[in-house]
Write a new protein. Structure first.
Length: 387
């Protein structure tokens, strides 16, 4: 096991531009409440994903009841994805103790950087959503537990077991000796997209939703996001509730490539008109928005594949190139077998990330479950230097 990261509770201090922490009362985690009395220190802020990583976290899909006859194929996708990421940075994969040996066997071949198997119980592979969302400052790091509740899908057709996933963030942070902050809201990492300079993109449908945050209006959710993640401005996109398991996470729709620069998923031919309407509304909002520093957002569209070429993969198949993942020196992106669209996506990503290698990976089994590469990964950022 790696040497635990030293805790820095005296440095926990949140977004200076947010409302005072006291306004959130007892809903705040104890560490955050204590921070209000601490001497002035660095602001803990959710970093851009393009910042340097210490490692990538992933999770081994555990339940046949969720994936049925796709389980073996999904596990192969996860192992292949871990292998590709290990070319650029270390990987740690959560797995149930009884499944750790299989995960170790499948992930262990030909790794470049280490792939560590952590015997931590989980239910599914979507660690972006149930794992910790990290915040950092010079010399400090903490993990925000966003109180995963299975996307609020109890009593719906989308419900699946999530008790082990809900406990995994706290266990993982304890394993690495990293402070845990319990968020004063319910959400998922896939619902949070930041430029690292105080601007957050989010969908109303996934956060201002009674299945996550009953009784909280948009202003209250926004206040909680700002205080917990060190955010100065939230750009809200409407999204769409009830039509997928996430209620339209932002990481399948719009991503920062740099401060002031956004990639927007453009639905390909054959997409349900409801999702086309989501894209059109997001484009309208983003093109008129400014970030926390007053810059007008520059929006580049990232066209999706022709869904008529991927029939047979189910209505929940996530055909979004925007659900890519940045690692140290590379971008790990999906490819869907539409040769033209795959090539266009490669070219656009290379233009937006000129100093990174673009690596395209087949993830059809993962995508059949309604998620993608970004949904399957969570980065632990490197602690910024104090100098």
């Amino acid at each position: 096991m790696n040497t635990p990261t030293p805790t820095r509770r005296s440095l926990l201090r949140f977004g200076a531009a947010a409302l005072p922490l006291a306004a959130l009362g007892t809903a705040l985690p104890a560490s955050a409440r204590a921070a209000t009395a601490a001497p002035a220190g660095p602001v803990l802020r959710m970093p851009a994903e393009t910042d340097r990583h210490t490692r990538t976290f992933m999770a081994w899909p555990a339940l046949f009841s969720v994936w049925q006859n796709q389980l073996s194929a999904v596990r192969r996708n996860i192992a292949d994805l871990a292998h590709e990421i290990s070319r650029f940075e270390p990987v740690a994969v959560l797995a149930r103790p009884g499944q750790a040996a299989e995960a170790r066997y499948q992930c262990g071949y030909g790794a470049y950087h280490p792939i560590e198997i952590l015997e931590i119980a989980n239910d599914d592979l979507w660690i972006r959503d149930f794992g910790p969302t990290f915040v950092v400052a010079p010399g400090a790091i903490a993990g925000v537990d966003t109180n995963f509740n299975g996307w609020g899908k109890a009593g719906t057709a989308y419900y699946q077991p999530f008790a082990q996933d809900a406990a995994a963030a706290a266990t993982l942070l304890a394993e690495y000796g990293i402070d845990r902050i319990r968020a004063p809201f319910v959400g998922e990492g896939g619902s949070l997209e930041t430029d690292g300079e105080g601007t957050l993109l989010a969908t109303v449908s996934s956060l201002v939703n009674p299945n996550r945050n009953p009784g909280m209006d948009r202003a209250q959710v926004e206040r909680a996001l700002k205080s917990t993640l060190g955010i100065d401005k939230v750009v809200w996109v409407p999204g769409l509730a009830g039509q997928d398991i996430t209620d339209c996470h932002i990481d399948c729709l719009a991503r920062f490539t740099a401060p002031g620069q956004v990639l927007l998923d453009q639905p390909g031919p054959g997409t349900d008109p409801r999702w086309v309407a989501v894209y059109e509304e997001a484009k309208r909002v983003l093109r008129s928005a400014t970030d926390a520093r007053g810059r007008r957002l520059q929006v580049t569209e990232l066209p999706g594949p022709d869904r008529t070429l991927i029939r047979g993969r189910g209505k929940d198949f996530l055909s979004s190139y925007t659900n890519y993942y940045t690692v140290n020196g590379a971008v790990i992106a999906p490819q869907f077998g539409d040769g033209y669209a795959d090539g266009v996506a490669y070219a656009i990503l290379q233009a937006r990330y000129p100093d990174r290698r673009i690596v395209q990976v087949d993830i059809d089994a993962i995508a059949s479950g309604g998620g993608g590469i970004h949904c399957s990964t969570q980065s632990q950022p490197a602690v910024p230097d104090t100098r």
